[in-house]
Design a protein around this ligand. Sequence first.
Ligand code: SAH
Length: 346
Amino acid sequence: MTDLKSMTPEELTQWCKEQGQPAFRGKQIFQWFSRGVESVEEMTNLPKALREKIARECAFTPPVVERKQVSNQDGTIKYLWRLADGNCIETVLMRYHHGNSVCISSQVGCAMGCAFCASTLGGRVRNLTAAELLDQVIFTQKDSGYPISNIVLMGIGEPLDNYDNVKKFLTLVNHPDGVNIGMRHISLSTCGLVKGIDRLAEEGLQLTLSVSLHAPDDETRSSIMPVNRATGVDELFAACHRYFQKTGRRISYEYALIDGVNDTPRHAALLGDRLEGTVAHVNLIPLNHVEESPLKPSTHVAAFQKQLEKRGITATVRRRLGSDIDASCGQLRRKAMKAAGQKDRG
Ligand code: SAH
């Protein structure tokens, strides 16, 4: 099987030539994929022989809505998609005044093991292909009817642990013949894979890098994020500094406030020491409680924010969208898996 849906128009053009087809067919095929066709029959401007060839040779299956939840509070829509191989992933559509934003998954499950995160509980099953990344944007737009202007890679999985496919996805989604979303409208979030951050810096993309920091010191960070045991906070900040030097793009730090773990005045002071005088933005997130975890949301969010702001560090508290629909971090997939497990056990 050829994964035509993960190809750029240029690669599709090459493929068409190899099939003895005129070059312009490549762009046509790409445009059909970008519109979210669900069968080859819909590609009406292609000759029948080529359509048959595509149907025979191409892994075509679009994602299927397994579950869809719409928030009564703010219109957030959460999709649980079933992929061709039966695995499920989540995508969340968030509606803001400045446009609609989609939060997509990068892997089935996650290997990073963060203590507060539901996505990682079952480990990593596999990477998503570029086409599976792209289809989340295309089919969320198609099913919801809301045009999407922003993308955040903040769903299930660690994007820099699936580097090549994520890079390919960025090329596809940014392509003028396709969905055509500008790099400045895309954010990529990482738990801090230093090699990946350095590689990304070399690409010179205008996207926003978000780093899931969650603690300013090794002791605290290693206790909740296993990734920190391999590369500590010093190394992480050094990579962030290199990233900024190279790209000139301000880094956004995610900080989920967890009761008694990382939310004390001492933590705020240490974070201040790290960030004072740097070009950074801190996103404070009240922890979303995950059923399987003993960790609780902090009650000191405002005080933490104030302490940072006093030192001239921009810190915003993220508005919680879709909290009535499990709209965060692998919770819906987790629920579906548990329900399926219970069924299996009879
Ligand atoms: N693996 C990437 C992207 C996916 S997670 C990363 O780590 O950045 C998206 C964001 O949600 C991360 O900042 C993650 O740390 C955060 N997150 C995970 N579980 C959370 C929870 N229970 N409450 C609040 N934020 C959470």
